[in-house]
Design a binder for this molecule. Structure first.
Ligand code: COA
Length: 306
């Protein structure tokens, strides 16, 4: 008995912005960005609402359901379109659902926080949860600041999580937060993101390594059992450092930041989609899904596909 992931979908703007295009207006280069981050291009456009609705429709169809079948909508976002109402409410209306709808914000860890919240809802009687990660970070980036502008992109990903009486895909989870680190990555109202990149890097590696170890210990498995690692897509050097410390070969990591940049709460479901399309998600295998973000927050889960 437990939770099953039954459908996935994505929503991406059409417009691709390459590193070369950014270097026309910023003192930067494709070489610097690719070498220091692994990012080569990102998608820009749409709204948190429009991208989220596109991903939501695709996930519901992939699960073989209709919007009327959904009992709860959770939207993980750092960039809601408005203070009120919640962007989840507007997506509910756009897709033609009638259930409860709620935004959650744990920054880039938001989707994995959402997985845990959805599990709690399902364990207490909610049958089907639509979990969306959607971000329009381009609206909150200072396009004159090369230290942050090159990192982020827009996009959305969604999944349907359902109660199952026969199987359980979500084996263990660890969530954490250190609100004392709020100032190292922050965005005030009517402002843009500011970041102490090196401090975020240092803390991120420690947070994902420790929480991944904790999630594996709770699941009763070791790094050798991990067939696939789906990390938050912020910087390939963070993913490399994490893989090294956990002794998980880099070939097992899913990388999407080269084409999408850092899409915050959307990055993990977008990576799931790529992993699926590449045929890397296999029944019975363990995946480590792990992320970190502003807060600072972090979250790791062990998933075994049924
Ligand atoms: N292009 C060219 N040069 C740049 C640049 C850019 N886009 N951004 C910064 N630089 C410059 C800096 O100004 C600095 O120049 P200086 O030595 O003359 O002062 C130099 O490059 C080195 O900067 P530094 O900050 O030490 O680089 P770094 O190797 O730490 O890389 C990040 C910067 C942001 C890529 C890296 O710290 C990082 O990824 N941190 C984590 C950020 C993150 O994950 N955020 C999201 C969390 S969810």
């Amino acid at each position: 008995m437990g939770v099953r992931f039954t459908g996935w979908g994505i929503g991406l703007p059409e417009r691709i912005v390459t590193n070369d295009e950014l270097s026309l207006t910023l003192e930067t280069s494709d070489e610097w960005i690719a070498e220091r981050t692994g990012i080569r291009e990102r998608r820009i456009g749409g709204t948190t609402r429009s991208l989220g609705a596109e991903a939501a429709r695709a996930a519901i169809a992939d699960a073989g359901l209709t919007p009327a079948d959904i009992d709860f909508i959770l939207l993980a976002t750092t960039t809601p379109d408005r203070m009120a109402p919640a962007t989840a409410a507007m997506i509910q209306s756009d897709i033609g659902a009638t259930c409860a709808a709620l935004d959650i914000n744990a920054a880039c860890s938001g989707f994995m926080y959402g997985v845990r919240v959805a599990q709690g809802l399902i364990e207490t009687g909610t049958r089907r949860v639509l979990l969306i990660g959607s971000e329009q970070l381009s609206g909150w980036v200072d396009w004159t600041d090369r230290r942050t502008a090159v990192l982020f992109g827009d996009g959305a990903g969604a999944c349907v999580m359902e109660f199952s009486s026969v199987t359980n895909d979500l084996i263990s989870s660890t969530l954490g937060c250190d609100g004392g680190a709020a100032e190292i990555l922050s965005c005030h109202h009517n402002a843009t993101f500011t970041m102490d990149g090196q401090e975020v890097f240092r803390r991120a590696v420690r947070a994902v390594v420790e929480s991944s170890e904790d999630a594996m210990a709770k699941a009763g498995i070791t790094a050798d059992d991990i067939a696939l690692m789906i990390p938050h897509q912020a910087n390939v050097r963070i993913i490399q450092a994490m893989a090294d410390r956990l002794s998980i070969p880099m070939e097992r990591a899913v990388i999407t930041l080269d084409r999408y940049g850092n899409t915050s709460a959307s990055s993990i479901p977008l990576a799931f989609d790529i992993a699926r399309k590449e045929g890397r998600i296999k029944p019975g295998e363990y995946a480590l899904v792990t992320g970190f973000g502003a807060g600072m927050t972090w979250a790791s889960s062990i998933i075994r596909w049924s």
